[in-house]
Design a protein around this ligand. Sequence first.
Ligand code: ADP
Length: 505
Amino acid sequence: MRTSVRAILAWGLSLLLAAGAMALWQQQALVRQLEEESGALNRLVSQRAGQHDAHLTALSAIASASAEPARDLFLEVASTITHFYPRIDDVQLVALDPRGPVIGTGPLAPGVADRVRAAARASTGGIALMPYPGRAHHYMMIKRSPNTPEARHGLMLGIDAEKLLDEAGAFWRRPGVVLALSMPDGRPLAGQAHPAGAVRSGRVIGSASQPLVLETGLDVGWADRLPLAPTALLLALVSLFYWAALGAWRQRARARAVAEQARINALESRLAHASRVNALGEMASGLTHELTQPLTAILAQAQAGKRLAAQGRGAELESVLEGTIAQARRASSILERFRDWSRPRPASAAAFDLRDAVRNVQALLAPKAASSGARIEFSVPGEPVPVRADPVEMEQAAFNLVRNAIEAVEGRADARIAVDLRPAAGRAVLDVADNGPGVAAGIRADLFTPFSTTREDGMGLGLALSRRLVERIDGDLDLVDGAGPGATFRMTIPLAGEPTGEERS
Ligand code: ADP
């Protein structure tokens, strides 16, 4: 769950990064295009402006060819110019003498004629450039004619600056693109003002007589930065790549985890095998040790019996044979108990009163305790202590504990054993405590392992078997205090409900 939230966050981040890169790239591409297009437009406008100079020169030549300008020729050339170059929509030849004629393609306001005269008089040879009074988007180019201090006329071209920008190219018609032409002093001539935040470039056009300023710009919006179709395609590709890469990565991680798990399993099974082999070895050596004694006794007795038989001592032979039988029984009982430990019979569990098991153990072992001189006290509660288990097995387990306790205190002056049964926290608790020497330190670690014994005639199977029987019904058997003086073993078994009448019978 956490991983997938993280994966989705990382996916979102990668989409953001991709969109950001796209926006940056698009903006840079647009700026580059703006620069290229602006350069081309500047060249076009400069070229057009250059034509104006040529027209002025030609018209001036006509005007100053004779003392009196050839009016018809002048007008014919002027109207050809205005016809083929529609941006030049006014051509005027103004006599510097206010009483002289004004020859032009249209009527000329007296105020404008005065301006032309003033500019021509002030000219030192160059071309004067100024806004056309009263006509929006227009400017005037004024030249004296002839171009000497003895000039008689002022020659004027009226130019529509908007038309100077005509047919600039498709780029300049796209939304967000701005284009403006202004006089050298900044007065606007054509186009519109730039919106704030637009990418802009301003350059003076390449004309000495008309140093107009061509300003271009681009208002880059989000729709330009992130055009719908390419952006959607990019995001889809990034998503595809992201999830494919993540899937492959996860697949590899899973494969690595499976391989690691397999390695651990192999390791564990090797360990388990080793520990089984070890346990088997220990048991085999324990079993060998236990069986050696009765088998040696049987061998010795059989050899003695053979000798007695050869000597015809029949009466003595009988007791030797009895000893042989006893040892063979002992060997068989060792094997039988070992089998019980290693392969416990399936328990026939039924709810029964654990007090009955304790009372049976009391009946069975009280005589042994008495003959060993031990004082044994049994304490059971007044109420039943119901557990679900095999009654015989529980009796066997309790029997082993009490018998061990009796053997531990044997021969002591003040030998005491306390057997206490009580219910506590949902479990039946049976404590068997004695005041013997306590459990030998060397055996404590392996107390419940088969063949752990300190007794001459012991087999070391009693505690191992008892624990196995108790654990099968989710109980516990442990040494709670064995440091001495005395040892206390505790057996706890889950309490069951009241035994049913059927189960009791
Ligand atoms: P066995 O009685 O055949 O030796 P057990 O499994 O019953 O086998 O006991 C294993 C060993 O545990 C005994 O040999 C003895 O050393 C120790 N032990 C058991 N109960 C007591 C006890 N109450 N006090 C001291 N040592 C004990």
